[in-house]
Write a protein that binds this ligand. Structure first.
Ligand SMILES: C[S@@+](CC[C@H](N)C(=O)[O-])C[C@H]1O[C@@H](n2cnc3c(N)ncnc32)[C@H](O)[C@@H]1O
Length: 221
């Protein structure tokens, strides 16, 4: 499917899929959305509830690598030890990820961003002493991890274009992949996603959303 570059309201780029009229991130700010949903309400929240500073994260949709880069920067800043798994069925090509302006916007060298993208699929890569990355090329429905993750960044395309990813079947896989007390955060707030999460066992909170969105969801196992 064709993907084109789009500048969002905070100046950071995202990818646009014309065929679906869908973006990889919010048009109101790709970085602003990722920081609010995944870093603040996900990573910071989990670390505020747990005394250890070692955390394993599963990202649903590695995509542009923005969430991995932001998480890496937090790991470096706070000396947190992060084991990061990114699952993705349709990886970006080099000509696509090289156009993203996240390193520039986040005032960091492009070296790490390229290291994240150049890491070999299916092999654990040591990006730094604090950050390990495993990229797995597969469909979300094929995730078989059990009791393995503290935190899931659920960053699939929206329910309008991929309703099959916002179902009890997928959330049951997510629930199984989390350790007890693990959490899942997503930018979405629609009622059917919330009900599907509750049906498989999550305790779900509705939280204030990122710019341009009233609410988002966090589920706890
Ligand atoms: C909303 S984008 C977000 C990507 C990423 N988190 C980012 O910040 O760029 C959703 C991602 O899920 C991937 N994807 C869509 N359907 C999938 C499926 N069934 N299994 C695995 N990956 C899928 C897409 O290719 C895309 O990279």
């Amino acid at each position: 499917m064709k993907r084109t570059l789009l500048k969002t309201d905070d100046g950071s780029f995202t990818l646009h899929i014309p065929e679906w009229n869908e973006q990889y991130h919010s048009k109101h700010g790709a970085i602003a959305e990722a920081v609010h949903v995944f870093i603040k309400e996900g990573l910071y929240h989990w670390l505020s509830e747990n005394t250890i500073s070692k955390i394993s994260i599963l990202e649903i949709g590695f995509g542009t690598g923005l969430n991995a880069l932001l998480t890496y920067l937090e790991a470096e800043k706070h000396s947190w030890n992060i084991d990061y798994t990114g699952v993705e069925a349709y990886p970006l090509g080099e000509e696509e990820y090289r156009k993203m302006n996240y390193s520039e916007m986040l005032e960091t060298s492009d070296e790490v961003f390229l290291k994240l993208h150049n890491a070999t699929w299916e092999e654990k890569a040591t990006i730094s002493n604090n950050f390990q990355l495993l990229k797995q090329q597969r469909f979300f429905s094929d995730i078989s991890a059990e009791n393995n993750f503290d935190l899931i960044y659920f960053d699939a395309f929206g329910i309008r274009v991929q309703p099959e990813l916002w179902t009890e079947e997928i959330f049951a896989i997510m629930y199984g992949a989390l350790k007890p007390k693990g959490i899942l955060v997503t930018y979405a707030a629609n009622g059917s996603a919330r009900r599907a999460m509750q049906a498989v066992g999550f305790t779900v909170e509705r939280l204030p959303g990122p710019p341009g969105k009233r609410e988002m969801l966090r589920g706890t196992k």
